[in-house]
Design a protein around this ligand. Sequence first.
Ligand SMILES: C[S@@+](CC[C@H](N)C(=O)[O-])C[C@H]1O[C@@H](n2cnc3c(N)ncnc32)[C@H](O)[C@@H]1O
Length: 230
Amino acid sequence: MAREDAGRELREEFNKWAEAGRGEGMEQDHLPITLPVLEKMKVGSEENLLDVGCGSGWLSRRLAKMAPGGRVVGMDISDEMIRAARRASTEQENLLFVTGEASEIPWEPNFFHQAISVESAYYWPEPAAGIHEMFRVLRPGGAAWVVINYYRDNPHCHQWGALLAVKTHLLLAEEWMQMFREAGFGEVREERVADASATPEKYTGRWFRDAEQLKAFKREGALVVAGRKK
Ligand SMILES: C[S@@+](CC[C@H](N)C(=O)[O-])C[C@H]1O[C@@H](n2cnc3c(N)ncnc32)[C@H](O)[C@@H]1O
């Protein structure tokens, strides 16, 4: 599929998510795997920070509070997500939201001290191009963090691919790390962040077979791949 067609498909799908209010709900789902990463990032109060695939912007707002003297940019392919993010973020002056595709980040090179992406990278039509772009917009010494719950090493999430309306990439941690290395990142590493939130005894959603599978998925945890621009 051509890049523009894939981009249009993603925009239409995630615009529907935004219109259904799903952007806001994702904070609760993704916070348990994101908080430990925020600790690892050791964000400085003057840092410029990028949130790729920011959805309705809850993480960008959190980052803007952590770096009051820096600039925070939330970027997403879905213009409806960006509209929702702007509506919810009128009070933070160091925060800006832009529409854009991960493979063409609409920003100048060497600007950000850190870039993070939560639960987005496996949707990117060309994940390697998105990681290249994160590298380009980071300043030397800057760090990139990709956090995903859908990756091949965790057998308890493979069923998601068939349930999602858009194409996804089910890749190994090693394949993500290789993309980081090929983009030019050094200190490339991977970690797993278990989701320690409580699981109800009965699971009624459609993403997991039952509560046991959900528990196993959360124990295995999210994949965090990180690297530093040399
Ligand atoms: C599951 S949501 C996660 C949103 C947010 N990071 C969060 O944790 O709540 C995935 C987001 O990635 C965005 N996205 C998907 N493909 C993208 C791409 N190629 N470029 C930029 N954003 C993309 C979607 O529009 C959606 O808002």
